[in-house]
Design a protein around this ligand. Structure first.
Ligand SMILES: [Fe+2]
Ligand SMILES: [Fe+2]
Length: 397
C-alpha cells in the first residue's frame, strides 16, 4: 500500500466517521500527521491503524449511551461498500506489516514433533522469571503511571477479549470445536456479564481512573501494541490459518497462566484497592485452558491429520511468542526511556486529556518544544522524545 493510497484511505475513513463519533464508530487514522511527514515509523504506525480498523469492522459494537439514532450510525459504520474500500487493502497490509515477522519465525523455528515442542514450552514458561517490566517497576516510585500505560496498551485487544478467537470457533470440524467452544464460553463469563473477561478488565481500568470505552485510547496506542492486536486478528480472521490459531491459543493460554499471576501479585502489593480479579481469574482458569488446548485440541488434531498440522501449530505459537515479545520489550524500553527523561527534568508523569486531533509524532520525526503525551505515561518535549525507541508514539497535547 503506497503512502498516497493510505492518505486517500485516511480521508475516506474520516469522512465515514463524521463529527463527534461514539468511540466505537471512530474509524480515524493519523493520515493528517502523515500528510506532511515522510517518517517511515509513522508510515508503519498508520498502516497498522488502518489494518486494525479493517479487522474491527467484523465486530458488533454498540455505544454505551444513545447519541442520535444508533440504527443510522450502524448503517453508516457497517455500510458494505464503504467497508470494502478499507478491506481491499487488508491483504497488502498483512503482507507488509506481518509478513516479515511470520517469515522470520518460520526461518528460525526448530523442526520437532508437536509433542516435544509442547513439553519444551510448558517447562520453559513454568520456570521463567517474572517479566522484566514488573521486576523493574519494583524499584520505581512512580510505577502507577507506567502500569497505567501497560493497561492502556493492552486494552487494544483486551477490551474485546476473545472476540478475535471466537471467529475460529464457528464452522463444523469435529470434537476439537467443542473444546474450543468451552474455552470461549469461559472467556465470555459463562453467560454472566460481570464475569466476562473484558468486563473484568474494565474493572481494573476503572481502578486506575481510566476510561472503559472500547478503543477510547486509540490515539495513545503505540506501534507494537497495534502490531500484537493485528497479528492475533490476522490469524483468526481467516480459516486458512486455523492450525496457527490453535498455536496462538496454545502459547497465549500457557503463558497467560504464568504472567497473570505475577500481575495479580503486583497489584495486590502496590495497588491493593484496585480490582485485580481479571488477573487472579486468569492465573487459575488458564491452567485449565492450556490443558484443554493441549489434550482436547492439539493432540487429537495431530493424531488425525499428521505432523504437518503440528508444524502449523508450532508456527502459530511462535508467531504469537514473537509478537508478545516485541510488545513486552517495547513496554519496558519506553518506560525506562521515559523515566530517564523525568530524571533529566525533560518530562513529567501523568495522563493529559486525550486529543485525537493532536498531531501524532514518532521519534524519527520529533523535533522542537511541542509537548507530547506518550501513551498513558506522561508528557515530554518533542526534542527529548526523538531519542525514544522505534515504535513509541507521542501525541500532541
Ligand atoms: Fe481470558
Ligand atoms: Fe483463557
Amino acid at each position: 500500500m503506497t503512502r498516497d493510497e493510505l492518505l486517500i484511505l485516511g480521508a475516506d475513513l474520516r469522512e465515514r466517521t463524521g463529527d463527534a463519533p461514539p468511540a466505537v464508530y471512530d474509524l480515524r487514522i493519523d493520515d493528517p500527521s502523515l500528510a506532511d511527514s515522510h517518517s517511515l515509523q509513522l508510515m508503519e504506525h498508520v498502516q497498522h491503524q488502518a489494518l486494525m480498523r479493517s479487522y474491527q469492522g467484523r465486530f458488533v459494537l454498540l455505544p454505551d449511551v444513545a447519541n442520535g439514532s444508533v440504527v443510522d450510525q450502524m448503517r453508516r459504520h457497517y455500510d458494505p461498500a464503504s467497508m470494502l474500500r478499507l478491506d481491499q487493502h487488508r491483504s497488502a497490509l498483512e503482507t507488509a506489516l506481518i509478513g516479515p515477522m511470520a517469515e522470520r519465525v518460520a526461518a528460525e523455528v526448530t523442526i520437532q514433533t508437536c509433542a516435544d515442542y509442547i513439553d519444551d514450552m510448558l517447562g520453559g514458561i513454568q520456570s521463567a522469571p517474572p517479566s522484566d517490566f514488573l521486576l523493574w517497576l519494583d524499584g520505581i516510585d512512580e510505577r502507577e503511571h507506567l502500569y497505567r500505560n501497560f493497561l492502556i496498551q493492552s486494552s487494544t485487544d483486551l477490551l474485546a477479549e476473545a472476540s478475535a478467537s471466537a471467529l475460529g470457533v464457528i464452522g463444523e470440524y469435529g470434537p476439537p470445536q467443542s473444546a474450543l467452544f468451552r474455552i470461549l464460553i469461559d472467556e465470555f463469563g459463562y453467560g454472566v456479564h460481570d464475569k466476562k473477561h473484558s468486563v473484568l478488565y474494565r474493572k481494573t481500568l476503572r481502578g486506575f481512573g481510566l476510561s472503559e470505552q472500547y478503543n477510547g485510547y486509540w490515539p495513545l496506542f503505540d506501534t507494537p501494541a497495534l502490531a500484537l492486536h493485528n497479528v492475533i486478528h490476522s490469524l483468526f480472521q481467516s480459516p486458512r490459518n486455523f492450525f496457527r490459531q490453535i498455536g496462538f491459543l496454545l502459547y497465549a493460554e500457557t503463558s497467560y497462566q504464568r504472567s497473570t499471576g505475577d500481575h495479580y501479585r503486583h497489584l495486590r502489593k502496590y495497588h491493593p484497592t484496585v480490582d485485580a480479579t481479571y488477573f487472579g481469574e486468569h492465573a487459575h482458569i488458564d491452567i485449565h485452558h492450556s490443558d484443554m488446548v493441549v489434550n482436547e485440541v492439539v493432540k487429537p488434531l495431530v493424531a488425525r491429520f499428521g505432523e504437518d498440522v503440528g508444524q502449523e501449530i508450532i508456527l502459530g505459537a511462535e508467531l504469537t511468542r514473537a509478537a508478545f515479545g516485541v510488545a513486552d520489550r517495547h513496554l519496558l524500553a519506553v518506560s525506562q526511556a521515559f523515566d530517564a527523561a523525568v530524571q533529566a527534568g525533560e518530562a513529567s508523569y501523568g495522563l493529559a486529556a486525550v486529543n485525537a486531533t493532536g498531531r501524532c509524532v514518532t521519534p524519527d520525526s520529533a523535533a522542537g518544544s511541542t509537548r507530547l503525551q506518550v501513551g498513558g505515561i506522561g508528557q515530554i518535549s518533542a526534542a527529548a522524545f526523538a531519542s525514544f525507541p522505534a515504535g513509541s508514539i507521542g501525541r500532541e497535547v
